[in-house]
Design a protein around this ligand. Sequence first.
Ligand code: NAD
Length: 358
Amino acid sequence: MKHILVTGCAGFIGSNFVPYFLERYPDYHLVNLDLLTYAGSLENLGEVADHPRHTFIKGDICDRKLVEHIFNTFDIRGVIHFAAESHVDNSIANPGVFVETNVNGTFTLLDVAYKHWMEGPFQYKEKYLVEDPSTIDHRPSTGGTVPRFHHISTDEVYGTLGETGLFTEETPYAPNSPYSASKASSDMIVRSYRHTYGMNTVITNCSNNYGPKQHDEKLIPTIIRNALAGNPIPIYGDGKNIRDWLYVLDHCKGIDLAYHEGKPGETYNIGGRNERDNLYIAHKICEILDELHPMEKNSTLKSYKELITFVTDRPGHDRRYAIDATKIENELGWKADENFESGIVKTVEWYLEKYNAN
Ligand code: NAD
């Protein structure tokens, strides 16, 4: 049995990842460390609550003693690090906790992992300190014995794009919000542990995810919830901000591939080639709701679209993000299974169940 520490998996992406990963790898035991902040919920993990290869620990990634205890208790052979403060609006209101969790928390995990793997009972020291660590096959898929640290990051570290162009792994970092700046900082710390100590790291930078179990505060659940309640659907600015939307299970598949097959020290961008602006998304969701859950006959409105309302833009709102996923597609054979139009139907159906609207 291989013991893997996964962090933040009571949140949106992690709670989709855990059942997927457990099913795919019958020899993995996942130790799930999550603080259960407002963004995490054990309900998200309902389907694996009694799973014999999933251990949930409520705690803070910044708590060094706890993280050391976890490494000492379980023979941790890999880390997949999702835990973060993740909502840009909250980072504008309260940036401190973003620095604490995203920067200090990532540092704590990385440093404990490195010291444990280097100096602990497993003594991977010689394997790290060769002249060129990239000459060693560190990939978990080929039985590489050097434990891997996989850091989950975002395309927001690259800043904003004009009307053309795509983010590649070579695009210079230019984060614009406290959220993206804290994620960019954590990426840099991970990079430094690779460069300085030869640690077996992989980073994935993904575009906007959507799908089941996303927190109510994010764009797509906000649209659906307000529409169903007959409330105004708030859209920032002119609604023309563009994101590259990826269905969450396609992200999970990309993480799986990068964790198992990715080259040590490499970064892989993951994105669905599904650029859509916020207004398009609101319209699309309203059309699906009009079909799946039409408005009451006596309503004065004909379509949910009539609820769309423009509100004051977010300060410093990045205009456009778009990922060039060529590297992960060509090197690791990743490909998104869903396009936005197929994934959004599944997503709306899931929220209709959640909000008991069927
Ligand atoms: P989320 O906000 O839904 O979940 C975050 C989880 O981390 C929660 O369960 C929360 O309780 C936990 N957490 C927060 N602080 C913690 C701490 N100090 N110690 C332990 N646990 C803590 O986030 P998400 O959308 O699932 O994102 C997961 C990761 O993916 C993040 O690193 C995020 O930056 C990255 N990412 C997200 C997206 C997206 O569109 N959601 C896109 C690209 C990258």
